[in-house]
Design a protein around this ligand. Structure first.
Ligand code: TYM
Length: 333
C-alpha cells in the first residue's frame, strides 16, 4: 500500500520556539518513517510583511537547520523552500478563482492582521489561506500536522478542494485533515499568560530553540503564576496548566506526577516547580540549539538539503498541475 501524503510548513519569519516545536515539528519527526512527507519553509508567506531582502536567506536556512536539529531527516522527507516550487503559485492562482472575498475577509487571522498592521492590508494577506491550500493540495495531502491556530486555514483548504472537485472532477483533491499526536501541545501559551507563544510577540515570554541555558532559566523563573490553589483538585488556570504541559514534555514522568500531586493537595511551590522545569527544558533545548547552530553555518549542506527537497517536491507538484490544467481545460496542444 502506498504511504499517506503529509504536508506542513513553517514561515521563515523569526526564531522557532517551543510552540513550533511541540505543536508541529515533533509531529513531523514522528511521521517521517510511516508517511510520504513534504515539509517546507513558507518563504512566500513571509513576504506579506515585506521582510528585508538581506534577511531571507538566513531566515530560511535557520528554519531548515532547526528542523533537522530537531530530528527531521532530509533523506526520509522532502524538506524544501516553498519558492522553489513554481507549481505552488500556479495552483494558488487557480484556487483564487474559487475563493471569495467575503469568506477571506471573515478569517480571524486576517482580521487580526488588519487590526495589527492597518497600513499594510495587502492582497497577499487576504489570500493567505488560498496559498496555504495550494501548499497542501499540490501534493494531494491527506494529513497536515499543525497547531490549533491553523485549524481554520485547514478548513478553508478543504472547502477549496471540494469546490475544485465539484467544478472540475470528483475526488481529485482529497480532504486534508489536521493531524496531532498530543492534544495538550496544540496550543503552547506565552509564559506571561497572554495568548499563544508566537515568534514575534513578547520575546521574554517565548522560549526559542536558539535560547542559551541561562536565558531559558530566566524566562521560566519569570513565568506567570499565582498564590496557588485554595481547594484540593482545583481546576488549573490556563497559564499554570501551560507550565504543566511544558513539564510533561520535557521532564521525567515521576517529576510531573510529583508536582501534579502537590498541586492537587494545595501544597505546590511554584518556585521549586519552575526551577525544575527550567533545568529540564534547558537540557531539552541544548542539543537542538547546538546542532542547529552548527548546521546553519554549513551552507553547502543546507543548500543540498533544499535542492534535494525541491526535486522531490517538484516531481509530485508537476503531476498535480498537469492534471489540474487538463481538468480546467488549459491544454491546447
Ligand atoms: P507558523 O510559521 O506560524 O507556525 C509553524 C507551526 O507551528 C505551530 N505553532 C504552534 N503550535 C502550538 N502552540 C503554539 N504556540 C504555536 N505557534 C505556532 C503552527 O500551528 C504551525 O503548525 N500558515 C502557517 C505556515 C503554512 C502552512 C502551510 C502550514 C503555510 N502553508 C501549509 C501547514 C500547511 C504558519 O504561519 O505557521
Amino acid at each position: 500500500m502506498s504511504k499517506e501524503v503529509v504536508v506542513s510548513g513553517i514561515r521563515s519569519t523569526g526564531y522557532l520556539h517551543l510552540g513550533n516545536y511541540f505543536g508541529a515539528i515533533q509531529n513531523y519527526v514522528k511521521m517521517q518513517d510511516e508517511h510520504n512527507c513534504y515539509f517546507f519553509v513558507a518563504d512566500y508567506h513571509s513576504l506579506t510583511t515585506h521582510p528585508d531582502p538581506k534577511d531571507l536567506r538566513q531566515n530560511v536556512y535557520r528554519v531548515v537547520a532547526e528542523n533537522v536539529a530537531s530530528g527531521l531527516d532530509p533523506e526520509k522527507v522532502a524538506l524544501y523552500a516553498q519558492s522553489d516550487i513554481p507549481e505552488i503559485p500556479e495552483l494558488y492562482l487557480m484556487l483564487n478563482m474559487l475563493a471569495y472575498k467575503g469568506e477571506l475577509e471573515k478569517v480571524p487571522t486576517f482580521k487580526d492582521k488588519v487590526r495589527l498592521q492597518p497600513e499594510n492590508v495587502n492582497a497577499g494577506l487576504l489570500t493567505y489561506p488560498v496559498l496555504m491550500a495550494a501548499d497542501i493540495l499540490i501534493h494531494r495531502a491527506v494529513k497536515v500536522p499543525v497547531g490549533k491556530d491553523q485549524e481554520q486555514h485547514l478548513e478553508m483548504a478543504r472547502n477549496f478542494a471540494n469546490r475544485f472537485n465539484t467544478r472540475y472532477g470528483a475526488d481529485f483533491f482529497p480532504e486534508p485533515q489536521v493531524y496531532r499526536s498530543n492534544q495538550d501541545t496544540v496550543k503552547i501559551l506565552s509564559l506571561d499568560g497572554n495568548g499563544k507563544m508566537s515568534k514575534s510577540e513578547n520575546v521574554n515570554a517565548t522560549i526559542y530553540l536558539s535560547d542559551e541555558d541561562d536565558v531559558i532559566r530566566k524566562k521560566i523563573m519569570k513565568a506567570k503564576t499565582d498564590a496557588g490553589p485554595t481547594e484540593p483538585n482545583a481546576e488549573m488556570p490556563d497559564y499554570i496548566r501551560n507550565l504543566f504541559v511544558l513539564m510533561q514534555v520535557s521532564s521525567a514522568p515521576e517529576v510531573t506526577a510529583k508536582f501534579t500531586a502537590d498541586y492537587n493537595n494545595c501544597n505546590i511551590r511554584y518556585g521549586d516547580m519552575k526551577k525544575q522545569l527550567a533545568e529540564d527544558m534547558a537540557n531539552f533545548v541544548r542539543p537542538i540549539r547546538e546542532r542547529a547552530a552548527e548546521l546553519q553555518q554549513d551552507h553547502a549542506a543546507i543548500q543540498r538539503i533544499l535542492k534535494d527537497g525541491a526535486e522531490k517536491a517538484r516531481a509530485s507538484s508537476a503531476a498535480t498541475i498537469a492534471e489540474a490544467r487538463k481538468m480546467i481545460g488549459i491544454n491546447y496542444y
